[in-house]
Design a protein around this ligand. Structure first.
Ligand code: SAM
Length: 199
């Protein structure tokens, strides 16, 4: 059997993310994760929120490794992952209580970031939450030198990727009825942003 895909960053950040999720994911329902990657977050969080169904998604190329982990985890509230490319219109059916996404907005192209927000808004129940973890810029400035270097590295790989402006995201979110509730500073120069769908 192939070794499971693994991210050290997920191991480092999952307990800090959990602390924030525990304040917000307090009811029953479904959580849609966008860009689940290795599935380490999903496995860890699904085990800690047994009343929530954790629905993993990612681009087709990542599904085999992701589903291998989900199969091994064998958690009743962690079904097989499904394909979701935020630039397409075939998002999974049915409303969800919350959308969670970690370290995705600086990876997907800027045009896909624009598609992310209306897609999320369509998917969320009224009062549903969007929780996005990752590095961001404020007023065009990186929060640290290491994030500036990370951005250069990202752009050398893919010029359409890069650390996003907080204000741009707030604008996209506002257009689709998402109100910012929290901007949590996290270890390793990251943030966890929380929005609520109003109306
Ligand atoms: C750096 S990985 C993060 C994975 C995981 N969430 C984590 O925190 O380790 C970025 C993820 O974004 C996904 N991604 C990139 N473009 C996407 C798109 N257009 N729609 C959905 N997911 C996308 C990638 O496939 C990948 O799983």
């Amino acid at each position: 059997m192939e070794p499971l895909p693994f991210s050290q960053a997920c191991e480092n950040n999952k307990t800090f993310i959990l602390e924030i999720l525990q304040r917000h994911l307090t009811s029953h329902g479904r959580v849609l994760e966008i860009g689940s990657g290795t599935g380490q977050h999903a496995e860890y969080f699904a085990a800690r929120f047994p009343d929530l169904t954790w629905l993993c998604t990612d681009l087709a190329e990542n599904l085999p490794g992701l589903n291998q982990r989900i199969l091994q985890a064998a958690l009743p509230n962690l079904p097989a992952a499904v394909e979701l490319d935020v630039t397409r219109h075939d998002w999974p059916a049915g409303k969800v209580r919350a959308v969670f996404s970690a370290n995705t907005l600086h990876i997907m192209p800027a045009s896909a970031v624009k598609d992310f927000f209306p897609g999320v808004a369509r998917q969320l129940e009224t009062d549903g939450l969007l929780l996005v973890y990752g590095p961001f810029k404020y007023q065009g400035e990186f929060t640290t030198e290491s994030n500036a270097r990370f951005d250069q590295w990202l752009k050398a790989r893919d010029p359409a990727s890069g650390i996003r402006d907080f204000e741009t995201l707030i604008g996209y979110a506002k257009e689709v009825g998402l109100e910012l509730l929290e901007d949590n500073a996290m270890p390793a120069n990251n943030q966890l942003l929380v929005w609520r769908r109003t109306g």
